[in-house]
Write a protein that binds this ligand. Structure first.
Ligand code: GFB
Length: 314
C-alpha cells in the first residue's frame, strides 16, 4: 500500500473505521475515500457497484457493520443478520468485480464456538455451536470470512480477514441498552457519580471473562496486516489476556472516581463465559498491542466526557 494509493475505509464514522482512517492519515496516506451510510447504503448492491465503478479504490478496509452489545444483538436479530450479510456480500463482490488490489474484512471474536477451548485459535472456527445471543451477527461475519476465502480460491483475490476481540475507545457508542459492556458501564458509573446514586447495577453475574483492545491499537494492527499479511486464514487481534466483568466494573469505578456500590442483576444474560483469543499468530507476524486496558480506560472516559450529549452532566 503506497502513500498515493486510493484507499476506501468503509464505516469511517464508526469507532473502528474512524480509528483506521486516523491511523492511515498519521502514516501519511494521502488518498482516503469515505462515504457516509446516508449517501451510500452498503446494503444496496447496485449503489455499491456504482460507487466502486466510479471511484475504483485499490485498497478496502471493510469496517462497516451493524454492531452492538449483547442486548442489541439479542433484540435486533434479523437486522444484525441481514444488514451485516448484505454489507459483506456487496462490498466483497464489488471489490472483486472492480479489481481491488486488496481488501481487509473485519470480523469479531464472537464467530468462534461458545465453548471453544481457550485461548481460541483461528482454526477453531466452525468446530462447535455458537453463542445464542449473537448468533445472527456471528453467522453474517462467518459468511464474510468465507466469501473472502471463496473469492481467493476461485478468482485469486487478495482478500484477508481479521478477528478483533472486544473493542472500546474514541467515538464509542454509549447507548444505555445497546452499547457494549465497557462503554455502557463508563456511562452508568459516570451518571451514578454526578447524580449521587448509592449503587450501580451491572448486568449478569459478573463472572464471564472478556478481553478488551483499544480501537486505536486495533487500527494499527489492521494497517500493519494490510501491509504484511496475504494469506487465506483469518488472524485474531487481541491482547492475550482477559478479566471478569466484575473486575472490569471495579476498574471503571476507579477511573470514574465513583464511590458507591456495585450490584449484579443476574436476570440479565451473561453471554459467552469466556472468549480469550490466541494471538500467537499475530505476534509471529510481528505485531503486539501497546495500549493497556487501564491506559485505554482513562482515554475512553476522557472521550466520553467530550461527547456533547454528556458534557452538561459532568
Ligand atoms: O460487550 P457485551 O455486551 O457483549 O458484553 P459480548 C456482555 C457481557 O457484559 C455480558 C455483561 O456478560 C453482560 O452480562 N454486562 C454487564 C453488560 N453490564 C452490562 C451492560 O450494561 N451492558 C452490556 N452490553 N453488557 C459481543 C457481541 O458479545 O461481543 C458482539 O454481542 C461483538 O456482536 C462483541 O461480537 C465483540 O462481549 O458478550
Amino acid at each position: 500500500m503506497e502513500a498515493n494509493d486510493l484507499i476506501y475505509v468503509a464505516g469511517h464514522r464508526g469507532m473502528v473505521g474512524s480509528a483506521i482512517k486516523r491511523r492511515l492519515e498519521t502514516l501519511g496516506y494521502q488518498r482516503i475515500i469515505t462515504r457516509s451510510s446516508g449517501t451510500l447504503d452498503l446494503r444496496n448492491p447496485a449503489a455499491v457497484d456504482e460507487f466502486f465503478a466510479a471511484e475504483k479504490p485499490a485498497y478496502v478496509f471493510l469496517a462497516a457493520a451493524k454492531v452492538g452489545g449483547i442486548h442489541a444483538n439479542n433484540t435486533y436479530r434479523a437486522e444484525f443478520l441481514y444488514d451485516n450479510l448484505m454489507i459483506a456480500a456487496n462490498v466483497i463482490h464489488a471489490a472483486y468485480k472492480h479489481n481491488v488490489t486488496k481488501l481487509q474484512f473485519l470480523g469479531s471474536s464472537c464467530i468462534y464456538p461458545r465453548m471453544a477451548p481457550q485461548p481460541i485459535k483461528e482454526s477453531f472456527l466452525l468446530t462447535g455451536v455458537l453463542e445464542q445471543t449473537n448468533e445472527p451477527y456471528a453467522i453474517a461475519k462467518i459468511a464474510g470470512i468465507k466469501l473472502c476465502e471463496a473469492y481467493r480460491d476461485q478468482y485469486g483475490c487478495n482478500f484477508i480477514s481479521v478477528m478483533p476481540t472486544n473493542l472500546f475507545g474514541i467515538g464509542d457508542n454509549y447507548h444505555p441498552e445497546n452499547a457494549h459492556v465497557l462503554p455502557a458501564l463508563i456511562r452508568r458509573f459516570h451518571e451514578a457519580k454526578v447524580n449521587h446514586k448509592p449503587s450501580v447495577t451491572v448486568w449478569g453475574t459478573g463472572m464471564p471473562k472478556r478481553e478488551f483492545l483499544f480501537a486505536d491499537d486495533l487500527a494499527d494492527a489492521c494497517v500493519y496486516l494490510m501491509q504484511h499479511y496475504n494469506e487465506k486464514e483469518p488472524v485474531n487481534i487481541g491482547i492475550g489476556e482477559d478479566l471478569t466483568i466484575r473486575q472490569l466494573a471495579e476498574y471503571i469505578r476507579e477511573v470514574v472516581c465513583y464511590e458507591g456500590d456495585i450490584i449484579f442483576d443476574d436476570s440479565k444474560p451473561d453471554g459467552t463465559p469466556r472468549k480469550l483469543m490466541d494471538v500467537s499468530k499475530l505476534h509471529r507476524l510481528g505485531w503486539k498491542h501497546s495500549i493497556s486496558l487501564k491506559e485505554g480506560l482513562v482515554m475512553a472516559y476522557r472521550d466520553f466526557l467530550q461527547q456533547d450529549q454528556f458534557k452538561l452532566q459532568s
